[in-house]
Write a protein that binds this ligand. Structure first.
Ligand code: CA2
Length: 152
């Protein structure tokens, strides 16, 4: 028999600063769904694909660093929307690099069609994949992509 590679079965979705405001402001950029709507959706998408999804949001850089540390050994993949810390945080870059947890960087908006300060990411060089501009459905697309990805 041939051993088939296993897809990631435990995925952590991390949302950073201000993403708790989803669905309350700027719906033209970020959509009308709340973060709770999006998270419940993702947990269901995961169930349908045989992936256990846990979701976490924090406005604090240190909390997100700690979650990345905690993910090591207990999570196969992280999907992170680090919000504005994407563009500022060497600490997040170091946490991802230091733990070696495979990670997808995600943005709801197309950051490259926006202000120049959103064009640089400290996360991209340490991410396995980067996606942006798909709206909140990007999260489900990422889970779907992971379901088709052999775990490493
Ligand atoms: O497009 C994305 O997902 C971003 O990561 C969102 C961040 C922004 O700083 C990044 O450049 C791109 C901001 C998140 C703010 O989220 C809000 C959602 C609804 C209402 C207000 C803010």
């Amino acid at each position: 028999t041939v051993e088939m590679p296993l897809m990631p079965s435990i995925v952590m979705v991390l949302n950073g600063p201000n993403l708790n405001l989803l669905g309350t402001r700027e719906p033209h950029i970020y959509g009308a769904e709340t973060l709770t709507d999006v998270e419940n959706h993702l947990i269901q998408t995961g169930k349908d694909l045989g992936i256990s999804v846990s979701c976490f949001q924090s406005n604090s850089e240190g909390d997100i660093v700690s979650r990345i540390h905690q993910a090591r050994g207990e999570t196969d993949f992280i999907i992170i929307n680090a919000g504005a810390y994407t563009h500022t945080s060497v600490a997040l870059h170091d946490a991802i690099k230091g733990t070696g947890v495979p990670l997808v960087e995600l943005h709801i908006s197309n950051v490259f069609a926006r202000e120049p300060f959103r064009h640089h990411s400290y996360i991209s060089p340490v991410a396995r994949a980067v996606m942006c501009g798909w709206g909140v459905q990007g999260y489900a697309l990422a889970i779907d992509g992971l379901a088709q990805t052999p775990a490493v």
